[in-house]
Ligand binder design. Structure first.
Ligand code: ZN
Length: 188
């Protein structure tokens, strides 16, 4: 049997969501109870909560970082990354914030909901990549404002440049593959 193969396509977009991360053991918001029982994540993943109590919101996100740090890319991440190493131009558009696509070796990644391993200053907006599992430095070196995770929380807007780039990639592609997504889009 010879069906279509990834190498038959020139421009591929992989659109990935929570199900992709779940395969690696990253906890998702779906499913009642579980590890989110101890945190009402909606309360700890919004700007209002951050303004009220940044340290508590960081405690929650450091906890999330610890959970994600224990996870590795799965077979799906590797297949996506390998497709990008061949002749096709591959863009990963993802709702996931765990950074596992990059870890697997994908290069062109559009993270619709940001990245758990990047912070931005809530005051001056400067961004910083963060290799530490536990974020201890909570104040911006430049202006003294609070660092916050550079992820899209409940009530946050999606980044327009990222959305535009994702839309352009999807319009140009000759193969669109959706993995682990659903109509409902939980945010970080
Ligand atoms: Zn700052």
């Amino acid at each position: 049997m010879s069906g279509p193969h990834l190498r038959d396509f020139k421009r591929i977009v992989f659109f990935t969501g929570a199900g992709m991360s779940a395969e690696s053991g990253v906890p998702t918001y779906r499913g009642a109870g579980g590890i989110w029982k101890e945190y009402d994540y909606r309360r700890y993943a919004c700007q209002e909560a951050f303004v009220r109590d940044p340290a508590a919101v960081w405690e929650f996100h450091n906890y999330r970082r610890g959970l994600v740090a224990a996870c590795s890319p799965n077979r799906g991440h590797h297949i996506v990354a390998r497709a990008g190493q061949r002749s096709a131009r591959v863009t990963v558009v993802t709702q996931n914030i765990d950074g596992l696509h990059a870890l697997a070796g994908s290069r062109e990644i559009l993270e619709l909901h940001g990245n758990l391993w990047r912070v931005r200053c809530d005051t001056c907006r400067v961004k910083q990549q963060d290799g530490h599992v536990i974020r201890e430095q909570l104040r911006c070196d430049g202006c003294g404002g609070w660092w916050r995770p550079d992820i899209v929380w409940f009530g946050d807007m999606l980044s327009e440049p990222i959305l535009d780039a994702a839309q352009a990639a999807i319009e140009e592609c000759d193969l669109f593959v959706s993995i682990g997504t659903s109509a409902v889009s939980p945010r970080g």
